[in-house]
Design a protein around this ligand. Structure first.
Ligand code: CA
Length: 267
């Protein structure tokens, strides 16, 4: 619960925080005076399948699930959050590039990148129930408990009906006036949307009503340099266990995932 309490308290202080850091690497483009800055203050290492090109990570009823990508390597699996061991696995058809995933009402939803289909499985039996079509690319997926929330590589998130996958509304994510593109893996935590940004070592926190960023979590160095190889790919994968508020982060082809404490930078 630690991060929840800190974020709740610190959000009240956000207006007084003025880190003055440029965002998205474009110095001078955006003033981040209203953006709360967080970092990983503590982490617990948990093994992560080195062959997992992580696209989605989430908890459902106390169990952790992960979806992975790449043609011929894509899968959906249940993972032991204590050991990282893969407990169950469904290999996706070789012509599907797995993307983000989440669960709603006993069903797991797994996006595909270019295939335009959301794969729906019974989360208890891993039996495929449906393939729901959508337009455009699929990147990240989460749920606020009533809608599914999807990213597609742009700055625009779409809210979708869990039964039909039809789009209900869209939300442009902005930092001030500037759109924030490349939104990737998503996690709905305590009324806000956390999002990986493709190729970046930070996570953004998004107000799901206004689309404005409210915070930025610096994850630089989360995966220690000694574990990096030529195969190591980007930070991607956010899961929160609502039972205890614990947050887990990982990356594509990372040897570790981390149960993390998030605190305001400099505190
Ligand atoms: Ca997630």
């Amino acid at each position: 619960m630690r991060h929840r309490l800190l974020i709740s308290v610190l959000s009240l202080l956000a207006a007084s925080v003025c880190a003055g850091l440029a965002f998205m690497g474009h110095a001078g483009d955006v003033k981040d005076g209203d953006l709360a800055q967080y970092s990983v203050s503590d982490k617990q290492e948990i093994r992560h399948d080195l062959s997992a090109y992580t696209q989605g990570l989430f908890f459902y009823e106390g169990r952790m699930y992960e979806s992975t990508g790449q043609y011929g390597e894509s899968s959906f699996r249940e993972v032991d959050p204590a050991t990282g061991k893969v407990l169950r696995e469904e290999i996706l058809p070789a012509e599907y590039f797995g993307e983000g995933s989440c669960a709603f009402d006993g069903r797991a939803y797994i996006l595909t990148w270019y295939e335009g289909l959301c794969l729906v499985y019974d989360i208890e039996t891993f039996t495929k129930l449906a393939e729901l079509p959508y337009q455009g690319q699929g990147w990240g997926l989460t749920t606020d408990g009533s809608s599914l929330i999807m990213s597609n590589g742009t700055s625009v998130l779409s809210f979708r009906d869990p039964v039909t996958f039809m789009e209900q509304r869209t939300l442009e994510v902005r930092n001030g006036v500037r759109p924030v593109p490349y939104l990737n893996e998503l996690e709905y935590i305590d009324g806000e949307i956390w999002a990986n940004v493709y190729g970046q070592d930070f996570i953004v926190i998004i107000d799901p009503v206004s689309g404005q960023l409210t915070g930025r979590i610096d994850c630089t160095g989360l995966l220690d340099a000694r574990y990096r190889t030529s195969s190591t790919d980007v930070l991607n994968g956010i899961a929160c266990n609502p039972d205890d508020g614990s947050v887990y982060l990982t990356g594509k082809y990372w040897p570790w995932m981390y149960r993390v404490d998030i605190t305001e930078a400099g505190k």
